[in-house]
Write a protein that binds this ligand. Structure first.
Ligand SMILES: Nc1ncnc2c1ncn2[C@@H]1O[C@H](COP(=O)(O)OP(=O)(O)OP(=O)(O)O)[C@@H](O)[C@H]1O
Ligand SMILES: [Mg+2]
Length: 228
């Protein structure tokens, strides 16, 4: 099967000439929840911006088998419209009519059934993050790029958002086509829920490890150098 994502020897320099990624390669072979770790400034957010098309590689190539959508750490930086229904309509692909059933189904999928007319300012942080995920799903994306999506949430909401993404990335009878998520984290406990984890270091990606192996490899490192 063709890889869902191929990052092929990608390099990226900022206008001030500092290198964020240097000859970085990785592949996501199949649907599932894949995690990305690395110390502060190792290039994780830059990589997600390159994959989503917000930035263009200076060298190398990024190949995608589907649409990718970025979910930010802070949903307030992403949600634009006054209420849940209008926010979701905004993300529908061009040519798709904003039918109420589509919006309701998307809200239902992320556990926000009945929220169509709810003002966004009245949502909790976890609910806003779910709405951002629903927007990404409605856009037709099959690859979700999540940049520390639980960093601003309380422990209960962190667990709920992780469980939601885990469920969307699993094949079930009601979900024949599981999604793929690339999830950036500094939380070692989250690694135990992924299908594979890799570490960015000095602009380069290491090999995929199991989440448990990655967590134990990082446990001994000082905070900020690794994932934690
Ligand atoms: N707009 C910018 N202009 C110049 N340099 C930038 C810019 N944005 C990021 N950088 C630099 O690129 C490097 C990688 O940053 P990036 O945000 O991708 O790291 P990160 O791995 O996401 O870190 P963190 O864990 O702190 O979120 C850093 O050295 C950072 O200072
Ligand atoms: Mg970052």
């Amino acid at each position: 099967m063709k890889a869902i994502l191929e990052v092929d020897r990608v390099s990226y320099r900022w206008p001030n000439n500092s290198a964020a990624l240097i000859n970085c390669s990785l592949q996501i072979p199949k649907p599932g929840l894949w995690m990305l770790v690395g110390g502060n400034g190792s290039g994780k957010s830059t990589l997600l911006r390159l994959i989503s098309g917000l930035l263009e590689p200076k060298e190398g190539e990024i190949r995608l088998a589907s649409i990718a959508a970025l979910v930010f750490q802070n949903p307030d930086h992403q949600l634009l419209l006054p209420c849940c229904g209008s926010e979701l309509c905004f993300h529908l692909p061009v040519g798709i009519a904003p039918q109420a059933e589509l919006i309701e189904a998307a809200l239902d999928q992320v556990g926000l059934a009945g929220f169509t007319n709810r003002p966004i300012h009245s949502l909790s942080g976890g609910q806003k993050q779910r709405l951002a995920i629903a927007s990404a799903l409605l856009s037709g994306a099959e690859l979700l790029l999540l940049d520390e999506p639980t960093a601003l949430l309380d422990p209960e909401s962190q667990g709920a958002v992780l469980a939601l993404i885990r469920q969307l990335c699993q094949q079930t009878a009601t979900q024949p086509k599981p999604l793929t998520a690339l999830w950036v984290t500094h939380k070692l406990e989250e690694l135990h829920h992924c299908d594979g984890a890799l570490r960015l270091e000095q602009g380069n990606a290491g090999p995929w490890l199991t989440g448990a192996s990655m967590a134990s490899a990082l446990e001994g490192l000082p905070r900020g150098r690794a994932g934690g």
